[in-house]
Write a protein that binds this ligand. Sequence first.
Ligand SMILES: [Zn+2]
Length: 75
Amino acid sequence: MAIINFKCKRCDEVFDFDVGTINFELVNERPQFEHEIECPNCGGLTLDEVELTELGQSQLTELWWIDGERKRAKK
Ligand SMILES: [Zn+2]
């Protein structure tokens, strides 16, 4: 599980969401989240309808590093 901080572009709500497993192989320049993101007010959102907050970006960067470390450790 991976809790990331998002901001909903529809209602401007900022919320933490567990995106599950993250696949850092980018599709359309975005990492792939296991779970669909849900705003507490609007329900399910596409990735175009949310943005990462500054906190969310640093959380994602940290997870990306951990993911990279794990892959390097396997080799
Ligand atoms: Zn919303």
